[in-house]
Design a protein around this ligand. Sequence first.
Ligand code: ACO
Length: 337
Amino acid sequence: MSAPAAVLAGLGGYVPPRTVTNEELSHRMDTSDAWIVQRTGIRQRHWADPGVATSDLAVEAGHRALKSVGALAPHDVGMVVVATTTPDQQCPSVAPDVASRLGLGTIAALDVAAGCSGFVYALATASAALVAGHAEWVLVIGAETFHPFLNPADRGTAVIFGDGAGAVVLRRGTADEAGAVLTVDLGSDGSLKDLVGIPGNGSRHRSAARPHHADERYLYMNGKEIFPHAVRRMAQSSSAALAQAGWSVDEVDHVVGHQANLRILHALAQHLGVDKERVVAHLDQVGNTSAASIPLALADAAAKGRFQLHDRLLLTAFGAGLTWGSAALTWPGTALA
Ligand code: ACO
């Protein structure tokens, strides 16, 4: 009898309709399409309309993922996990609202905050809940509305991030099934917390009882310093997840890395010894959507028919915290997304 495992059963992605091209940004700040494409690989991103928040994007993606499962009844879902760094408000968390608006009832619902690694952390949380028998089906969503947190005066972040949401439905199954999440590796290094973050509005600032500096409401990022950490940590974590799964790098069909920068994805591929053709890149269309980036990339690649039944996928992410995480899973082959 194979061990219990979370099995991928549904998938969906959603980006808000407004597209913001590099060209448009070059009229707003001192940048250019050529710089952005060459340094990041990003060609456009999506911005939510005024008044639209992360839960709105999460509900859309969640609805699509649930619909892709077909026969699933709303009351079958026992838990919703939303990974986000840009929740609608400080409190309450986003997930209960999302569960309620999706008609899922009074189920367990929680947010996971791990920056751009959030989706892999949420996947680990959901897998553990399924394996422990806390639920039979879990909806996992990565959702972000990042653009209101971008400082228009900081071209180092303003051109990078975008809004969007991606979701997967996991069911309780066994490790020998196609779609099984076989291993997850997670890690963090809080000593480097000051490299990326949104410092304003937390208890540190509130308790200091001093007015916010305007910039503290915005995301700051030391991209140059983060770059090598991102490559090194994703490579190490990927190797750990593969070793636990008993897979060699050569057996991996697709590497779905956090969509921060095409140069990071290519450097990661080089570190791992994977050719670039096996790296899934979707950031040219959506930019860095943080916790949404991996499920959005999965949904896009699945819609394009890139994955085949039993293909071996390596997911790997890196983000604020610093945090990182990787997962090894096989592809279920159903018409997901
Ligand atoms: N347009 C034009 N020029 C620019 C821009 C821009 N948008 N941004 C920076 N520049 C300039 C800089 O001012 C600098 O000019 P200088 O040489 O005259 O000083 C030059 O371009 C190079 O700047 P760098 O910061 O060194 O550029 P780099 O090649 O490192 O690219 C980037 C910046 C894209 C941010 C990259 O460092 C990166 O992707 N870092 C990793 C980001 C990441 O992985 N973050 C983790 C997740 S985030 C989260 O969890 C929320």
